[in-house]
Design a binder for this molecule. Sequence first.
Ligand SMILES: NC(=O)c1ccc[n+]([C@@H]2O[C@H](COP(=O)([O-])OP(=O)(O)OC[C@H]3O[C@@H](n4cnc5c(N)ncnc54)[C@H](O)[C@@H]3O)[C@@H](O)[C@H]2O)c1
Length: 352
Amino acid sequence: MNRVFPLPKLYRQSILRPLPRISLVTARRFATKGSDHPTEDKPRSPTEGKAVAEHAKLDEGAKSGVSEEVLAPLQNIPTPELFSLKNRTIIVTGAGRGLGLTLAHGFIESGAHVRAIDILSKPTEPYWSTASSLATSKGLTLEYHNLDITSETSTSKTFSKLFSSAPSNAPIRGLYISAGINHFLPAEEFSAEQFRRVIDINLTGTFISAQAFAKEWFKKYGDKGEILKAGEGASVVFTGSMSGHIANAGLMCAPYGASKAGVNQLVRNLAMEWSKKGIRVNSLSPGYIQTTLNNAVLAEHPEYTDLWVSQSLLGRLSTADEFRGPATFLLSDASSFMTGADIISDGGHTAT
Ligand SMILES: NC(=O)c1ccc[n+]([C@@H]2O[C@H](COP(=O)([O-])OP(=O)(O)OC[C@H]3O[C@@H](n4cnc5c(N)ncnc54)[C@H](O)[C@@H]3O)[C@@H](O)[C@H]2O)c1
């Protein structure tokens, strides 16, 4: 007996839908025997570099009636230059020492003017002077601003001053947030005050800084939600941590892990709210970095060195300079289509 089975709705829609319109160029190609359609290509060497869908690219232009230039605003910029931070000023929090100061130095190397912010009354020497000399030698400016990023009022005032005083040929277009603290204690011994302090600096301070940046940006460029082209707008980068993704075996720092997981989620929320208003928001999550502070922890607990190294797929800890690449990538036009994302740079620690 023949039984009629009703087709699932989606399938019915797909077979009953009229065939898509094929542009003239495509039609002619399909009609020509021995055409250069990729399915008819002979096997190609992997190094040949021939685009598989070159014909499709041409057809796109023909169909939409716009030039390739409009479709790809960055296409005429050579790849290495996409990573440049020239003609822009970057604010870096936590830039008085450690990762923040190393990155500030790296951003100057990439051509940015830098505005360093830290709660320390003075930045750490000799690193600051080295960065300062580099800036001068490149005709760039590096300024230090003493600020506690947990203070809404002071942060708002400082960011307002920074936006209005930035060089006219290098407006503020980026914020890198490195300010953060850790506190080691067994979870059952943390007081609420100690717990709140970590959250206050790492998570609330990150939010306050990003919000102060966004308010100044919207004040200057509007917040009407005009979609910007690739290479336009600003980039805000948070420092997460692999500790926001995993509990570091053997380390007792519950509020730190919670704060960094919060930072990773904050990225997604702010990206959802601000990306169409011109601000991309992403984070960089490092693994263990050999900073002065971590070296002090390792001196106190030599057993951690072996543990941390054994957990790294690269078999070593990182140094702060290794994060110049991913941080510069996220601030630059090289990451023009990235927002709401996290780059985990942890030597493979969280992969296993
Ligand atoms: N060191 C690591 O192994 C590691 C790993 C992953 C993530 N991180 C993150 O990287 C960032 C930098 O860490 P680091 O190792 O360079 O530490 P660090 O202590 O050397 O640097 C942090 C800086 O933030 C500043 N800061 C602290 N509270 C502040 C506040 N309220 N206002 C303004 N500035 C304040 C400090 O004065 C310091 O200069 C932190 O967010 C940290 O959580 C570090």
